[in-house]
Design a protein around this ligand. Sequence first.
Ligand SMILES: [Zn+2]
Length: 120
Amino acid sequence: MKPWGSTTPWERFWRKVEITLGCWNWTGAKQSGGYGNFWDGTRNVLPHRYILGHVPEDMEVDHLCSNRLCVRPRHLEVVTRDVNVQRQEARNPRPRRSNGTYGHTWQQPALEGLVAQLNS
Ligand SMILES: [Zn+2]
């Protein structure tokens, strides 16, 4: 049975990814936890795990950009559960990255203020 014709799961995957200069955002189905959901032809998987190929079951994928829908490999790191939990705690209440390279909305007001100062 080929419900998607000759389309491979990998091709279907990319149709649901919005590539930006910062994050590559998953635009397909989502889970209740805010993560993406992708049917790979056999089972439901997390898009950010799927894109990395085989990730051992006991390892977790950490979003370095704190964007749960991001699937950009550069923004992902395979870590142990312990490390992931530690990082989550360290990130709250503010994200770890503050250098503005990821272009998330939480950084924009600060960035705009800086630009305004430089222009005044
Ligand atoms: Zn990202």
